[in-house]
Design a protein. Structure first.
Length: 234
């Protein structure tokens, strides 16, 4: 029951994060670029300039609407969702190494989110606490940690882990964020949809994996080795 509640809460938070990121993308691309085609239109071509990037903004930067505020809040909700994420994906606590990496990822994501919100509110670039180190941790640690979780996941949680990996800025920057000029139109929306899909997978796990969850919890509580942490994900 506890695991089911964790999956529901985490799934809802991921859905909210994805929706906020989709809305942020709409602020940048809406009215300038269609979902399909039109990338060579004058306004769309201009909007693809890195000048309008908000994940994360760097100098020089030009804010568009409330894109930065929405994206920043999306990251803050994502940081909150990341706290119970190992339990939601694996059905057990993470090992010490994974827990430390998770803490770093949550703090970095939160710090970047706050900086992006402040950038949007002030209309100028605000660096996160820790500057480049924080950005480095935010970009690299979450996808590595999610790959680790995906290897140990099965079924619906595996789908959630994989879609979250695809939603990360690191993966996006080498794939669907690459456009004909600078940034691919609506790439942040794609990331948001993938995040929301991960949330749907966890809701699916909560709804349809009741029996397997019960057995899994029984094994976790019954096994002395697991109780001692010997088989936790390190």
């Amino acid at each position: 029951m506890v695991l089911r509640v964790l999956r529901v809460v985490t799934g809802v938070l991921l859905g909210v994060s994805g929706a906020l990121m989709y809305a942020a993308s709409g602020q940048r691309w809406g009215g300038a670029c269609p979902w399909v085609g039109g990338v060579d239109d004058t306004l769309c071509a201009l909007r693809q300039d890195h000048l309008y990037d908000f994940l994360a903004p760097t100098l020089p930067w030009e804010p568009v609407g409330a894109a930065a505020q929405l994206a920043g809040w999306s990251l803050l909700v994502l940081a909150l969702a990341s706290v119970p994420l190992p339990w939601a994906l694996l059905g057990r606590r993470p090992g010490i190494a994974s827990a430390v990496a998770l803490l770093c990822a949550v703090l970095a994501t939160g710090a970047v989110g706050i900086a992006i919100v402040r950038s949007g509110l002030t209309g100028s670039v605000v660096e996160p606490v820790g500057a480049d180190v924080t950005l480095f941790v935010w970009a690299l640690v979450p996808p590595v940690l999610l790959v680790r979780f995906a290897v140990a996941s099965r079924g619906w949680p595996l789908g959630a882990a994989v879609t979250l990996i695809l939603a990360t800025p690191l993966v996006a920057s080498f794939s669907y964020a690459i456009g004909p000029f600078d940034a691919q139109p609506w790439w942040e929306a794609v990331s948001g949809l993938l995040t929301a899909t991960a949330g749907s997978c966890l809701l699916g796990a909560a709804a349809f994996s009741g029996r397997s969850v019960t057995r899994e919890r029984g094994v976790v509580h019954a096994s002395p080795a697991l109780a001692g942490g010997e088989h936790d994900l390190g």
